[in-house]
Design a protein around this ligand. Sequence first.
Ligand code: CP
Length: 311
Amino acid sequence: MTKDRLSTRNLIGIKDLDLNDINLILNTAQQFKEVINRPIKKVPSLRDVTIANMFFENSTRTKLSFELAEKRLSADVVNFSSSGSSVSKGETLLDTVQNILAMKVDMIVVRHSAVGAAHFLSQKVKAQIINAGDGTHEHPTQALLDAFSIKEALGKVKGVRIAIIGDILHSRVALSNILCLVKLGAKVKLCGPPTLIPRHITSLGVEVDYSLDSILNWCDVANVLRIQTERMQLQYFPSANEYSEFFGITREKLDALNKQIVLMHPGPINRGVELSSDAADSPQSIILDQVENGVAVRMAILYLLANQANA
Ligand code: CP
């Protein structure tokens, strides 16, 4: 039986969620997806809750998706970007957050380049913390919206063969997806240049296949990741052209398969590197569905966490 409360008061990572938590979030998101497709998209669930979206790293999708989710739930919302803030004068993360909390904020959504930033804040402040991406570590809301989108496209996640392709080493999306999909009973394989696949990753219950042809023939879903050049201190492959030749997904490679696979990408896309435009914009791509579903999934997370605060 699925319970109706989360087992955690913060969302730091998928590692802290059990299967019941994940199913509760996905089922609640389904209800919110129906709400946001109505003519009146707003519900009063988070009236009198104040949320600060604090982005110390750039974002388009996550930031706007959280803001819309909060507004659809009638929360009061303030937005902080480190660029243009007093961080440039040397103010610390904790001082910045504590000053914003002094203005009576209940929840913090935080994105930061430092691994562990959300966990650190959850240990230091009373407000509820939601991790919107911490360095190369976790991006739990992306993994949950990805799982929701797979379930929507194929009717289930359990038993589905999912390939995660690209820069696994630097990707918080990869780690959160692996943890989430394995808990949901999917079969997960990783593919990319050996330099971008972490050693010992198979201990998380996934397999590795370095051949793109082989993994595309195996999978039902290909989740293609961005090459994160901004996090690379070393050269992990000779050139973008060579990366694209061996690991880039094109319409030609998809058409050569004797089946249709579902194509995903968390965005932003490096068009022509990990995905060609004719693949990204093909009918089998659910990339914009992922973005749409992100609002419903984040509404579910905010709603369920707010219930925890009142427990
Ligand atoms: N998928 C994702 O996290 O995108 P943004 O960096 O634009 O938020």
